[in-house]
Design a protein around this ligand. Structure first.
Ligand code: CO
Length: 198
């Protein structure tokens, strides 16, 4: 018995509507994926990579975690990155944060949440690196600023991975972008862009 029948129904409608417009769509995609973009974003259900960029299946390779963090030793994220850069040969890596991020808010308070506190430490480090920038701000401004600073920090982390450094050393066409998304109006904004060692 399918307990989530409504989702299977929607899936069947979706697959038929695509096949109606483009009968070869799934056959073509089943043979090859060649996305130009790697998206590293927050797991937040309000920030779905494909929908907000208007991209179709096959067009964007996606990794998501709480608060879009690139941890130097995270084998999951690094494996996605290596596959995207070395096998798929993506041309753009997008780190996308979003305002109102729960992970960022949690990193700014002192509540104990158990295991996730270890993950949030990486974001608390971003606060420590930039402590003077938070002086005199109210709570909402602090969250917004940390959402932006976190994106820039993760851009730096991506640029410092062995994978991106190697790609640039080989002269590959690869640009790292830092973006922020507003869940209040659905609009993306550019914060940072790096296309060679800095
Ligand atoms: Co978030």
């Amino acid at each position: 018995m399918k307990t989530l029948k409504h989702l299977f129904d929607r899936n069947s409608e979706w697959a038929s509507s695509i096949k109606k417009k483009d009968p070869d769509f799934f056959t073509r995609l089943s043979k090859l994926q060649s996305p130009e973009y790697l998206w590293i974003g927050c797991s937040d259900s309000r920030v779905p990579a494909n929908q907000i960029t208007g991209l179709q299946p096959g067009e964007i390779f996606v990794h998501r975690n709480i608060a879009n963090v690139v941890v130097h030793t995270d084998l999951n994220c690094l494996s996605v990155l290596q596959f995207a850069v070395e096998v798929l040969k993506v041309k753009h890596i997008i780190i996308c944060g979003h305002y109102g991020c729960g992970g960022i808010q949690a990193a700014l308070d002192d509540q104990e949440r158990g295991l996730i506190d270890n993950w949030l430490r990486h974001i608390k480090d971003v606060v420590r690196f930039n402590a003077e920038k938070f002086e005199g701000l109210d709570e909402e401004q602090k969250v917004d600023l940390l959402c932006e600073l976190n994106v820039k920090e993760q851009v730096t982390n991506i640029c410092n991975t062995t994978i991106v450094k190697k790609a640039w050393k080989q002269g590959n066409d690869l640009t790292v972008h830092g973006w922020i998304y507003s869940i209040k109006n659905g609009v993306l904004r550019d914060l940072d862009e790096v296309s060679a060692p800095r």
